[in-house]
Design a protein around this ligand. Structure first.
Ligand SMILES: Cc1cc2nc3c(=O)[nH]c(=O)nc-3n(C[C@H](O)[C@H](O)[C@H](O)COP(=O)(O)OP(=O)(O)OC[C@H]3O[C@@H](n4cnc5c(N)ncnc54)[C@H](O)[C@@H]3O)c2cc1C
Length: 504
């Protein structure tokens, strides 16, 4: 789904760019709570990984002299975002899938449900295959967790239906430490109509290519909120600005603001933003080369996640993690284009670390006691029964309450209210339909909802704990950034506490 691009200091377009500048942009964009050692690994390795992707067949847009083209993205001092139109993620995935097909990697279909544990060591995964409605176990010497983000806990989101945050919850249940879970990125520009398209991403590339934001009074309101960077200020800043314009009643007919490209040449728009042209034409009947888009913020990215080392190790032996399920790299606010770089850099490292660790270890034990426990806690509650609420009902209530209470502007009152509601939902018995063709999918949804409730609870606890505003976390009752809060919140099954920021 990734559209706009991949950040790497290649200096193909902007000769003034440097690794140091990418580092500084990432750390200041992250409001100075990033793990700076991880950021250093990211910025130093991002160029090498994109060049390897190109060598493996990925096609990126090019400059007239045949180098990978780069454009300016939000809150960055230089043009360093490499792209393939507005379909960058698809191009990268297609390349990687081709490589996998040509390899001897064996694929096993199913959703990971929980880790198998031998003390502090992850010895495998319990999984569920909805197609055969069967549970199975995979034993392994090393596991890499790459289940992505979890913004499906919000009513309005850019995330796919799979973005239910399973990995955060699976890790948490097994005793993994999570970092910075209070930092949720609301992307400034999501579609607002029709209802079925609400939340779908309108890529930052639109603003990178010159798109401007207007309120219903035709005012370019970013002049008021971020006069220097305007529409290309940090996503946290632009989202709050849009939210405030809407709250002040200067909104569009569908309760958003306008995003305009009308001052640009239609051919240029078609060439640079083909997917966005198609998306608006097909979903809402708007021709963005001539008409205004209506947009508003949408839940996009969880900056927090499993706490990892530079080698992607977690605090659990044998468990490595990479991508959006990890935390610490992006601090309190991720820069557009840094996630794709993060996946390539840390995905590569995770592969090496896991392979290395499995050469050195033997298969761990699988304990009967744990299997019984998985049965009792996970499988038994999924048998058909008629009392309680359907998983889809609980999911719907959760999405509404997270959007209303744990969104862009937060208060202790709203967060506490949400936490109570989540506890109520957690104790609501699940109703699962009788055996039929959709039965196994309802079981799968029940497993996802169980994870979504845990992830939401973790986010709220961390958001209550951080009594200041920083990056994407804005507390109306603590509106200032407090220098003494320049620290990370670590949350695990046992406790919640703070640790000093890792500086380079
Ligand atoms: C619409 C959109 C546009 C974006 N555009 C950009 C961009 O231009 N540039 C950028 O840098 N970033 C962008 N991002 C962010 C970036 O794409 C994500 O952060 C990134 O793709 C996450 O990659 P990942 O590999 O960690 O997880 P994902 O790509 O989300 O992959 C996770 C995989 O795990 C699977 N999974 C989940 N749970 C389970 C389970 N229990 N068992 C088994 N499998 C499971 C999922 O099905 C999925 O295949 C965008 C995000 C979105 C949503």
């Amino acid at each position: 789904m990734a559209e706009g691009g991949y950040n790497a200091t290649l200096c193909n377009v902007d000769f003034e760019d440097s690794i140091e500048s990418h580092f500084q942009d990432t750390v200041s964009g992250g409001a100075f709570v990033n793990n700076e050692r991880l950021v250093r690994v990211l910025v130093e390795n991002a160029p090498g990984r994109i060049l390897k992707l190109e060598e493996d067949g990925a096609l990126f847009y090019r400059t007239s002299d045949g180098k990978i083209d780069q454009r300016a993205f939000g809150r960055q001092s230089h043009k360093r975002t490499c792209y393939s139109g507005d379909r960058t993620g698809g191009e990268i995935m297609a390349t990687l899938i081709d490589l996998l097909r040509a390899s001897n990697v064996r694929f096993i279909k199913g959703a990971a449900v929980d880790f198998l544990l031998d003390g502090n060591k992850v010895t495998g995964v319990a999984a569920f295959d909805p197609e055969g409605a069967k549970f199975f176990l995979i034993r392994s010497k090393a596991v890499i967790l790459t289940t992505g983000g979890g913004c499906r806990i919000y009513k309005i989101t850019t995330n796919s239906f799979q973005g239910t945050g399973d990995g955060f919850a699976i890790g948490y249940r097994a005793g993994a430490e999570l970092i910075d879970m209070e930092f949720i990125q609301f992307h400034p520009t999501g579609m607002v109509f029709p209802d079925s398209a609400k939340g779908i991403l309108v890529t930052e590339a639109v603003r990178a290519e010159g798109g401007i934001l207007l309120n219903s009074l035709d005012e370019r309101f970013m002049e008021k909120y971020a006069p220097d960077r305007m529409e290309l200020a940090g996503r946290d800043v632009v989202s709050r600005a849009i939210y405030r314009e809407i709250r002040a009643g200067r909104s569009t007919p569908h309760n958003g603001v306008y995003l305009s490209l009308k001052h640009l040449d239609p051919d240029f728009i078609e060439q640079r933003l083909p997917q966005t042209v198609e998306q608006f034409r097909d979903l809402s009947g708007v021709d963005i080369t001539k008409e205004l888009m209506e947009v508003s913020p949408t839940a996009h990215h969880i900056m927090g996640g499993l706490r990892i080392s530079e080698k992607t190790e977690t605090n659990l032996k044998g468990l490595f993690a990479a991508g959006e399920v990890t935390g610490g790299i992006h601090g309190a606010n991720r820069l557009g284009g840094n996630a794709l770089a993060d996946l390539q850099v840390f995905g590569y490292i995770a592969g090496h670390s896991a392979a290395h660790s499995s050469f050195e270890s033997s298969l761990g034990k699988v304990h009967d006691k744990q299997i019984t426990q998985i049965h009792r806690a996970i499988i038994s509650p999924l048998q058909p029964k008629q009392d309680g609420k359907r998983p889809s009902q609980i999911r719907h209530e959760l999405e509404e309450l997270m959007w209303a209470n744990v969104g862009i502007l937060r208060t202790k009152e709203k967060l506490t209210h949400a936490l109570k509601d989540i506890q109520r939902l957690k104790s609501t018995p699940l109703e699962i339909g009788n055996h039929n063709t959709t039965f196994a999918y309802e079981q799968l949804e029940a497993l996802q909802v169980r994870n979504m409730l845990i992830v939401s609870e973790i986010i709220i606890k961390a958001a209550l704990f951080r009594e200041e505003s920083r990056g994407a976390h804005f507390r109306e009752d603590f509106p200032e950034t407090n220098p003494s809060w320049r620290k990370n919140i670590i949350i695990s099954k046992e406790k919640i506490h703070t640790v000093p920021v890792v500086v380079f």
